[in-house]
Design a binder for this molecule. Structure first.
Ligand SMILES: *[C@@H]1O[C@H](CO)[C@@H](O)[C@H](O)[C@H]1NC(C)=O
Ligand SMILES: *[C@@H]1O[C@H](CO)[C@@H](O)[C@H](O)[C@H]1NC(C)=O
Ligand SMILES: *[C@@H]1O[C@H](CO)[C@@H](O)[C@H](O)[C@H]1NC(C)=O
Length: 571
């Protein structure tokens, strides 16, 4: 495991703890410790000084590097003057939604307080990121890359790259996150972003260094708030190799659309004359196109590469839809385990249930809101998962959001959908609006089985499409945890609900999710076995109507080794 050097700070005290723990849990999966301090700080990514959110003094925050099955222990100290949480986009928190770090699962870390997240990259590989989930903090920074490498014995379907770079791309506002939140709270729209950033910098502010002839991996995540982006490298092609933990058929693209929240890995070979090339990122589907650049610098560069910046698609929807459809899972490549990723014929397995979800914009109490199947989600005073654990009544009701869109106006409600553990479910996301949607589901990876540029979802139409799906295993899209729904279109996913917990299903358009375009999927089993779901963490913060309760009594075995032991027994 030493091959993967962590980005975290191994403080002396922590190393001692690590040494002790490795004695206690010998043979268990390795631990990686991170101690992070979150502060307010001035940043000026677009040349204007503004209030940002720093982690250990950095914007973007430090990167998490881990290997499949590693335990990732992150102690977060909140030095902001408001409650704070980080969430782990793409890390699945198997059996452990308490650690998910969103308002519905985890009590906020109070100002001056801390909380140690106990995460595990269980059976995962791939490219993800973390971000601050409360208020409108994501607009201030506080995000960073997560990469989960394959274990040394597991074959990766391409040679090790000369370097592995992270490119966090996203739109940005000059107004600070507090001011953006106030704008939304007052019922107004944010308007167009002021610029784009690549790793926290604009216009040639960030440099990726390459050596002639070598091949590099770029892990690209759209950590922005409002817009789909397109990325391209001047004079170079990208070979797509991974999407959110799945190895793809290695197809070459000259530019790639990255919707809000999505992560892709591409390989790029420095096979051109030695210059400084532009890495260009621009907005998609916006009336005003915003662009920014970073630099791809050859070690022996003769200066700026001649020629214009490469152009990319701007408003074309079908271009993006066709590109999304062209991305294929490599069924023979290995994933987190040595066996091929695509081991069963998903199209022939009958689904237990079809859920249809339609997003909408609405005005409620004179203010702009967004809804799913009429419900505009409002967070209750107690995290849903914690209320569920202690059986605290009056916090939420299961079934507050229906399985299908219906007529009528939108309303505010705490939105929880019930589902049974292990059900294999089809979910059709319908977008009758003219804005592209990007959706994410916490706790899961799933297949997008269809993108349709149509709002037709009659039973007959869906049946015809299902027959097609059943016959085309080789055309399978990679498993992932984000997908777009194009304007006046639908996208459908199949998901096996094999992770018990309370899971956030949300728009990755940050104003939309803040204003209610999200809900929680409560995947439930009557079993109380730790094999199905872990109990509340011993260090869980308790708030709202759960304040003053006790977390479970201390285990008879010593301290924190108990859960790891349990994990070991089960794996
Ligand atoms: C955020 O922006 C608002 C509006 O410009 C300003 O009044 C406020 O002082 C800023 N907050 C911080 C902490 O910089
Ligand atoms: C806060 O940090 C300390 C170590 O400094 C740790 O022992 C404690 O468990 C953390 N608190 C929570 C709630 O995780
Ligand atoms: C799929 O993965 C296999 C196994 O690693 C590899 O040999 C093959 O080249 C990959 N195919 C494509 C099209 O990327």
């Amino acid at each position: 495991m030493a091959a993967c050097h962590g980005g975290g700070a191994f403080a002396p005290v922590v190393s001692l703890a690590l040494a002790l723990m490795s004695v206690l849990v010998a043979g268990d999966d390795p631990y990686r410790f991170f101690t992070w301090t979150v502060t307010d700080g001035n940043i000026s990514p677009l040349g204007v000084k503004q209030q940002g959110i720093l982690i250990n003094g950095r914007f973007p925050g430090p990167q998490i590097e881990a290997v499949t099955n590693d335990n990732i222990i992150v102690n977060v100290f909140n030095k902001l003057n408001e409650p704070f949480l980080l969430s782990w986009n793409g890390l699945q928190q198997r059996r452990n939604s308490f650690e998910d770090g969103v308002a519905g699962t985890t009590c906020p870390i109070p100002p001056g307080g801390n909380f140690t997240y106990n995460l595990q990259a269980k059976d995962q590989i791939g490219t993800y990121y973390y971000f601050p989930s409360l208020a409108f903090h994501k607009a201030g920074g506080g995000f960073g890359g997560i990469r989960v490498l394959s274990r040394p014995m597991i074959p990766v379907p391409f040679p090790p790259p000369a370097a592995d770079y992270t490119a966090l791309i996203g739109d940005w506002y000059k107004a600070n996150h507090t001011s953006l939140k106030n704008t939304l709270d007052s019922g107004k729209a944010l308007g167009s972003p002021d610029g784009l950033l690549i790793n926290g910098r604009s216009w040639d502010g960030y440099t990726f260094n390459v050596q002639p002839g070598k091949t590099y991996r770029f892990r690209i995540s759209n950590v922005g708030l409002a817009t789909s982006l397109n990325i391209r490298f001047q004079g170079h092609k990208m070979k797509l190799v991974e999407v959110e933990g799945s190895h793809t058929m290695q197809t070459t693209y000259s530019s790639l659309d990255v919707h809000l929240g999505q992560s892709y890995s591409v390989l790029l070979t420095a096979d051109q004359p030695a210059y400084d090339y532009a890495v260009v990122v621009s907005t998609r589907f916006t009336s005003k196109i915003i662009t920014t650049t970073a630099v791809l610098r050859y070690s022996n560069s003769a200066g700026k590469a001649p020629g214009a910046l490469p152009g990319g698609p701007t408003i074309q929807i079908d271009w993006s839809l066709n590109q999304a459809r062209s991305i294929r899972w490599n069924l023979t490549a290995s994933g987190p385990r040595p066996n091929p990723q695509g081991s069963y014929h998903y199209g022939l397995v009958p689904t237990a249930r079809t859920i249809r979800l339609a997003n909408s914009a609405a005005t409620i109490n004179g203010k702009q809101r967004y809804a799913v199947n009429r419900v505009s989600h409002a967070n209750p005073d107690t995290p849903l998962k914690i209320a569920d654990y202690y059986k605290i009544p009056g916090v939420f009701r299961v079934g507050t959001i229906s399985d299908a869109p219906s007529g009528g106006g939108a309303f505010l409600q705490t939105s929880v959908m019930g589902a049974s553990y292990r059900d294999y479910v089809e979910i059709v996301f319908e977008n009758r609006e003219s804005e592209v949607q990007s959706w994410h589901i916490d706790g899961y990876a799933f297949w997008v089985v269809g993108y349709a540029h149509s709002v037709q979802t009659s039973t007959k139409f869906l049946n015809g499409w299902r027959e097609m799906v059943g016959s085309k295993q080789e055309d399978l899209q990679p498993e992932g945890c984000h997908f777009a729904v194009y304007p006046k279109s639908w996208s459908a996913i199949y998901v096996t609900l094999d992770n018990v917990g309370m899971w956030n299903v949300r728009s990755e358009s940050w104003a939309r999710q803040y204003l209610g375009q999200q809900f929680y999927l409560r995947v439930w089993t009557p079993s109380t076995s730790w094999r199905d779901e872990y109990p509340i963490p011993k260090n869980a913060l308790l708030c709202g109507r759960a304040a003053g309760r006790r977390t479970r009594p201390l285990a008879p075995t010593r301290g924190s080794s108990r859960r790891s032991k349990q994990r070991q027994d089960l794996s």
